[in-house]
Write a protein of this length. Sequence first.
Length: 159
Amino acid sequence: MNRATPTALAIALIFTGTGGAQAGSVNGQAALALAGVVAPASHLLSMSEKEAVAMLFAMNSTIPYKKKVVVTADKIVCRVSNVDITARSCDLTFGKKVKTINGRAANELFATEALAGVAPDGAAGSIVESLSKLSCTLDPQVIKDKAGGGAECSFEAAN
């Protein structure tokens, strides 16, 4: 075995290991799902924007709302426990306001974060998924074409 290989691997792990926040993005169905589970908690969206997102997420691609909808959150932290298996909650931060959701809604958000590629972290009986700087753009005019486009999200993995 070549001794350079373990050394090169160790150096690579050092540089890829625990750097800062990782940027992520999703498109299509995962982006629509992420926007769909975050939108109901947001006080930044109008009622008509929330209804538009809900209709799109409920398989209705032909909606009366024609403008783009941007769903944002400054930070989302979801926690589930593998000890107290009933415990599940998410804190969603929009500006200075924090909205806490529990139970089924938190489970849906936790699962959708995983679908979007947010990596879990865990310690002492809990599993945590967190992201920051979420920005999802939904374009109903593109979504109605049913060609897989019209939904895009970007975010950073929060520490």
